[in-house]
Design a protein around this ligand. Sequence first.
Ligand code: 5GP
Ligand code: MG
Length: 181
Amino acid sequence: MPDNQFKTETHTFSVMISEQEIRKAVQRLGKELSQKYAGKNPIFVGILNGSFLFVADLVREMSVECEIDFLKIGSYGNAMHSAGTVRLDKDVSAQLTDRHVIVVEDIIDSGLSVTFIRNHLMEKKPASMSFVTLLLKKEKAVVDFPIEHVGFDIGNEFVVGYGLDFAQRFRHLKDIYVTYD
Ligand code: 5GP
Ligand code: MG
């Protein structure tokens, strides 16, 4: 087994995006966001659990002052497929009214979660809202608003690592792995 692969009982995972490539993308996104939000004291809203590492790395690439909060959603479903329903598990604690909000997602797949989150946060009347996702399944995602900041466009494949799980496993991995099984 090459060292850019690992196996579970059922699946083989191979490195798709390396730690170095992730770091470069996060640096680029941090630069974009620092320019866009200069003087605006934006508040990042990370979507738990998957975005915890991405948020941590992204805010360290910010050269302007910002705040950080989290929101947690759950989707009923199995390890690899969401069931098509989203619920709010934990709301943000911060007051978002008249704030510049940056929603941080690990991955946008069908677009259902990010649409739910947008509808939910819009009710809080922020001054503005934009979206950053590390990974976007471009061919599959259906969203009727722009996702302005994207790390990588990927195909319709299942990935783990760098916060992303397979039945809660593998979030700790530094690279992003794909399986075709
Ligand atoms: P949605 O379909 O609502 O855009 O995405 C729902 C959630 O499914 C994502 O936030 C993520 O937790 C999970 N998900 C979607 N695609 C993948 C994937 O390829 N790998 C992993 N680990 N989770 C995914
Ligand atoms: Mg998940």
